[in-house]
Design a protein around this ligand. Structure first.
Ligand code: AMP
Length: 563
């Protein structure tokens, strides 16, 4: 029981995004966004190793993507769950280590805002994240010194925030397109109950792919080979294309880029962009159709459509959704912040905090989980589902299997996730062996899958003949990594120096000015060089009021120039 004299832990919700991350707190009966050291609520999920080898996270790091691409990493959430190593100036980091640095920065912001240490949070993940990806997210939190009270699916978090605003009974489809992932969730509000009926998605489709498609198209237009472009020029082109993509709704955009002493120009309007994006827009349709089919609904049965995620700001995406459903989506809540607000709302629900005590949420397992079996006479590798997709969670399901011969001494339980009939086409999760007691006949065994509300799986095998039970929590460690690599991650991160939070606003402005200088030419470049010099001089004077005044003036000018 909790000691009444101790302060209650802060009710925090974190949206750990591919492009941006946010942290919110439940306070005085509502979810509030917490500002970072720059006073902004969106912290770019970008990590950079500064010139003095300190770690920079957020806007300063994002500015360095252009000026120091070899020391900077972005969009690493896309590799979460893989063994990919990301190199920053010859140091190697895993996606979960980089995510831990982002979480650590959000944790610092929350501590500065609340005035006391924080240790736990609800963290959102894409609904379609696999078991492995969820475990690595938990490990990232552990590395950042946060215990996770719950992993919540991003569209479900959005549904919670939205549910508090619209107290109506409605069948809603949540269309969540972030920087790197796409989720579709169909749910029903019967307040206080929010019931998720179906969740599907694509873990490798997001706004970044739309930028990548523009990159391919313009390089093709200029007849340039990507491998012959140096990292810094490429980073500057990607940056310019990202900005162009975000401004397409305002009309035709011109792009100028310099490379190898040549100037390149490209002009693009919305219609031409839609042509380039056709294959990506088509890929958005399949998960929508599957979610509706699984929820046994037709588009006309939906009462509402909600867009979540920064990439739903693209007119091309809004247009596609409006055409598919024959109606305009609901856009009253900010698609960038709704997930973090929902995660904090979930933290409050879990803690049974006043205003949300009544909200009850049921979620589903978005993919089918099963094991590899033999089909017919010796055809190996058939996928036998145990928990079917869109089963309400938590759930526990059991299926009975038999050995294939009486002489069998061992049975291998290989667990897969996916929707295809053969395991080779699905995602391998884990495998383990169960030793059988010798017998002269075919033996039966029950395989039970238990899937919890965080989306984590446990497997139990019971041999019917002896009653012997083998319990296997997938991956043995709760994080999907062995003890040695976990320890190595802890050591690697604790040896890093993090850039002091209080000097981040100055460091960020310097990084922005350097980026602006790289991106501009001629007179504009000269003007930026003058600003860089004047700000460096003011910094040298160490007068905090003067520094703050100069900084806010220059930030304003850069904002106006969109640099
Ligand atoms: P999120 O992961 O939800 O922060 O979404 C990030 C993605 O949204 C990135 O791919 C951004 O390029 C994209 N995005 C943000 N704002 C806009 C905008 N105004 N127009 C087009 N895409 C945007």
């Amino acid at each position: 029981m909790q000691d009444a004299s101790l302060p209650r832990p802060a009710l925090l919700g974190i949206d750990l995004g591919t492009t941006n991350s946010l942290i919110a707190v439940w306070q005085d009966g509502q979810a509030r966004l917490i500002p970072n050291a720059l006073g902004e609520v969106l912290t770019p999920s970008v990590v950079s190793l500064d010139d003095d080898d300190t770690i920079l996270v957020g806007k300063a790091a994002r500015a360095r993507l252009t000026t120091h691409p070899e020391r900077t990493a972005a969009a690493f959430k896309r590799f979460m769950g893989s063994d990919r190593q990301i190199e920053l100036a010859s140091r190697h980091f895993s996606p979960q280590e980089l995510s831990a640095l982002v979480l650590g920065s959000l944790k610092q912001d929350a501590e500065a805002f609340l005035g006391h240490p924080v240790s736990e949070a609800v963290i959102s993940v894409p609904a379609y994240f696999s078991d492995e990806q969820r475990k690595r997210t938990l490990f990232a939190a552990e590395l950042a010194g946060l215990s996770v009270t719950r992993l919540i699916n991003e569209p479900t978090a959005a549904a919670m925030a939205y549910g508090l605003h619209e107290q109506k009974f409605e069948r809603t489809l949540i269309f969540d397109l972030g920087g790197g992932t796409f989720d579709v969730t169909v749910l029903e509000y019967a307040l206080p109950l929010i019931e998720v009926h179906a969740s599907t998605g694509d873990n490798f489709l997001g706004g970044e792919d739309f930028t990548a498609a523009l990159l391919q198209a313009c390089l093709k237009h200029w007849q340039l080979t990507p491998s012959l472009i140096d990292a810094q020029s490429m980073a500057s082109l990607c940056d310019a294309l990202e900005q162009l993509k975000c401004k397409l709704g305002e009309g035709t955009q011109q792009l100028s880029w310099r490379h190898a002493d040549r100037s390149f120009e490209w002009s693009l309007d919305e219609a031409a962009a839609v042509k380039i994006w056709e294959p990506l827009l088509a890929r958005l349709r399949a998960p929508i159709e599957q979610a509706l089919r699984d929820a046994r609904l037709k588009p006309r049965d939906l009462d509402n459509l909600v867009l979540v995620g920064g990439a739903t700001r693209m007119p091309a995406v809004q247009q596609m959704v409006a055409t598919l459903f024959g109606r305009l989506p609901y856009r009253h809540l900010d698609p960038d912040t709704i997930v973090a607000l929902g995660a904090a709302t979930q933290a409050a629900c879990k803690a049974r905090d006043g205003a949300v005590e009544e909200l009850i949420l049921t979620d589903v397992c978005p993919y089918t989980l099963g094991i590899s079996t033999m089909r017919g006479e010796g055809i190996k590798g058939a996928f036998s589902p145990i928990i079917e997709r869109n089963t309400i969670i938590p759930t526990s399901r059991v299926e009975r299997y038999h050995t294939t011969s009486s002489r069998q001494e061992v049975i291998r339980i290989a667990v897969y996730q996916g929707e295809r009939p053969w395991v080779r086409d699905n995602i391998f999760i884990d495998a383990f062996d169960v030793t059988l007691t010798p017998s002269d006949h075919i033996q039966a065994l029950d395989v039970r899958f238990s899937y919890d509300i965080n989306g984590l799986l446990e497997v139990d095998v019971t041999l019917l003949e002896t009653g012997e039970r083998h319990s296997h929590s997938i991956d043995r460690s709760p994080t999907g990594l062995d003890a040695q690599s976990r320890q190595a991650s802890h050591e690697r991160l604790s040896s890093l120096k993090i850039h002091p939070r209080d000097t981040l606003p100055n460091r960020t402005l310097l990084a922005r000015l350097e980026r602006a200088w790289t991106q501009s030419l001629g007179e504009e470049r000269q003007r930026i060089a003058d600003w860089l010099e004047s700000f460096t001089t003011v910094l040298g004077g160490q007068r905090s009021d003067e520094i703050a005044g100069h900084r806010s003036q220059l930030n304003k000018v850069l904002d106006e120039l969109r640099l």
